[in-house]
Design a protein around this ligand. Structure first.
Ligand SMILES: Cc1ncc(COP(=O)(O)O)c(C=O)c1O
Length: 182
């Protein structure tokens, strides 16, 4: 029988760099129990309203819609753009699996563009070389807190009259040209 040792945060970080560390305090616990006690634990309620309102302010936009997870958010963005079977969506070849999964969920085909060695994010020149008349969108993922080249990607989608979906799951709070990404 194997016993898996349970480790407690923070782990020793001298041997590796953690992608993220959970930041859970007494406040999160209090709010969680408060929501539980109120029975408003699903798609609506005071905490959802407050989260959406405060997140919109944080991101510098007029509206925010919370989703059950990041995969669902990508899925909804593609559905909202009416992207489906026969369409192509350009995605980075280094990303979390949700990027390509969401494209498959709507029946479209993910086309993998290379990433640049500086940011590790999608390279606009590589994405440009993948564009066809079936391309409906580019998903620009901002990996590990580092923004992708939003200016180059926006220019590219504007020139091809297709959509730009930003996946900021890993980089909330990062900025590109002084504006919040996403
Ligand atoms: C870049 C990126 N996109 C999407 C997701 C999907 O998020 P979720 O696991 O909440 O579905 C993740 C999750 O880590 C991610 O890192």
């Amino acid at each position: 029988m194997f016993v898996i040792e349970r480790k407690v945060w923070p782990l020793a970080v001298d041997s590796y760099i953690p992608v993220s560390q959970p930041d859970l305090s007494a406040l999160e616990r209090r709010y969680l129990l408060d929501a539980f006690d109120s029975t408003w634990i699903s798609g609506a309620g005071d905490y959802v309203d407050r989260f959406e309102h405060q997140f919109a302010q944080f991101a510098g936009v007029s509206h925010a819609v919370s989703c059950v997870n990041g995969t669902a958010a990508l899925h909804l963005a593609l559905l909202a753009l009416d992207i489906g079977t026969g369409d192509e969506v350009i995605v980075p070849d280094l990303t979390y699996v949700a990027t390509a999964n969401a494209v498959r969920y709507v029946g479209a085909t993910p086309i993998f563009a290379d990433c640049d060695s500086h940011t590790w994010n999608i390279d606009a020149a590589s994405a440009a070389s993948m564009m066809t008349d079936k391309t409906r969108a580019i998903i620009g993922v901002h990996l590990l807190g580092v923004p992708a080249d939003v200016t180059a990607l926006r220019d590219l989608v504007d020139a091809h009259h297709c959509a730009f979906i930003e996946d900021a799951s890993e980089a909330h709070g990062a900025k590109w040209c002084d504006k919040p990404i996403g």
